[in-house]
Ligand binder design. Structure first.
Ligand code: DIR
Ligand code: MN
Ligand code: MN
Ligand code: MN
Length: 302
C-alpha cells in the first residue's frame, strides 16, 4: 500500500495556541517510522502554507480568509496525493482543515455542524460538516474566498461516532435531516464493533464507495488523549478507537483520513506523549497494523 502524509499546521478555526504544532508533534513521535514498519510506501508531502487574500468579513467567522486560503491549498494537495494512488493522511491542525478533504465517518465528541449563525463560539472548527454538505448550503451566506469549495457531500453520506457534546441547533439539524449519529450511549449499548458496521451500512449500503474518516482526537477519552483544545469526559477508549480503525481497514476502501486537534501545548510532557502515541496507534490501525502481529513479507516464506 501507498500512503501520503500532509501536515496542516493551522489553528485559526479555534482560539487556543498550539494545535498548529500537532503535525510535527505526531511526526516527532515517530509516525513515519511506525508506518514504514507496516511495509507501506510512505511519502511525506510536507506542510500546507498559504497566503490569506483579503476578503469581506463574515459575522461570527473570524479568520475566514485564512481558513479559505489554507483549505483551498490543502484540497489541491490532497488531489495531488490521490493522483499518486496513495491513501491521504492529513495531520491537523484544528478540525476546520477537514473542509479541504471529503469525509464520511466523522469520529468526534462534537458534531461540528454549526453555521456562523448558530455557533456560540465563532470557532470554525465547530463548522466543517455544515460547510461540506449540500443540504446545509442554503443556511450559509456567501463566503468570500470559499467559492472553490463546492459542497459535494450529501448529509446522507455522513455518519458520526463518539458524539457526547452536541449543541441545540446541531441536534435540531441531526434530527431534521435524519443524520446517522452514534453517540457514546450507542457505543455503550451496542459495542464499538456493531456501531462501526451499522454506521458503514447506513452510509454505504452496497459497500462500493471509497471511505474517508475524519478523526478528531477529542473523540477519545481525555484520560487517553489529554492534549486537545476541547476535551469532553466519557469518551472512546483507545481500544475502541483501534478496533474502529481496524474494521475500517478491513473494508479495503479507506482512501483518506484526517487526524486533527492534537495540541502539544496543552498538558505536560506525559499528556503530549499519551496523545501523540494514541494518534499513531489510531493511524497505524487504519493503515493495516494488526494486534495479532504482522505477516512475514511475501517472498521470504515462498
Ligand atoms: C462547539 C464545540 N460545538 C462549537 N465544538 C468543537 O464551538 O461549535 N468542535 N469543539 O471540535
Ligand atoms: Mn471536530
Ligand atoms: Mn471535537
Ligand atoms: Mn504500542
Amino acid at each position: 500500500g501507498k500512503v501520503g502524509i500532509i501536515g496542516v499546521p493551522f489553528e485559526k478555526g479555534q482560539k487556543k495556541f498550539g494545535v498548529e504544532l500537532g503535525p510535527d508533534a505526531i511526526r516527532n513521535a515517530g509516525l513515519l517510522k511506525d508506518l514504514t514498519t507496516l511495509d507501506l510506501d510512505v511519502k511525506d508531502f510536507g506542510d500546507i502554507d498559504y497566503y490569506p487574500e483579503t476578503t469581506g468579513d463574515i459575522i461570527n467567522m473570524p479568520h475566514l480568509s485564512h481558513v479559505a486560503a489554507c483549505t483551498k491549498n490543502l484540497s489541491n494537495r490532497v488531489q495531488e496525493v490521490m493522483n499518486e494512488n496513495r491513501v491521504v493522511v492529513t495531520l491537523g491542525g484544528d478540525h476546520s482543515v477537514s473542509v479541504g478533504t471529503i469525509d464520511v465517518l466523522w469520529v468526534d465528541a462534537h458534531a461540528d455542524l454549526n453555521t456562523n449563525i448558530t455557533s456560540n463560539s465563532g470557532n470554525v472548527h465547530g463548522m466543517p460538516v455544515a460547510l461540506l454538505t449540500s443540504e446545509l448550503s442554503d443556511y450559509w451566506p456567501h463566503l468570500p474566498g470559499m467559492d472553490w469549495q463546492k459542497p459535494m457531500l450529501s448529509i446522507r453520506n455522513v455518519a458520526y461516532i463518539g458524539l457526547r457534546s452536541v449543541d441545540r441547533y446541531e441536534r435540531l439539524v441531526i434530527e431534521k435531516f435524519g443524520i446517522t449519529a452514534f453517540g457514546m450511549e450507542d457505543v455503550e449499548r451496542y459495542g464499538i464493533h456493531d456501531v462501526v458496521h451499522m454506521a458503514l451500512s447506513r452510509i454505504d449500503p452496497h459497500c462500493n464507495k471509497s471511505l474517508h474518516v475524519s478523526f478528531d482526537i477529542d473523540s477519545l477519552d481525555p484520560l487517553e488523549a489529554p492534549s486537545t483544545g476541547t476535551p469532553v469526559r466519557g469518551g472512546l477508549s483507545l481500544r475502541e478507537a483501534i478496533h474502529l480503525m481496524e474494521e475500517v481497514h478491513r473494508t479495503h476502501r479507506l482512501n483518506a483520513i484526517d487526524l486533527v486537534e492534537v495540541n502539544p501545548k496543552i498538558g505536560d510532557d506525559n499528556c503530549v506523549k499519551l496523545t501523540t502515541e494514541a494518534a499513531i496507534h489510531v493511524l497505524q490501525a487504519a493503515l493495516g497494523h494488526t494486534r495479532r502481529g504482522l505477516k512475514v513479507p511475501a517472498g521470504i516464506t515462498d
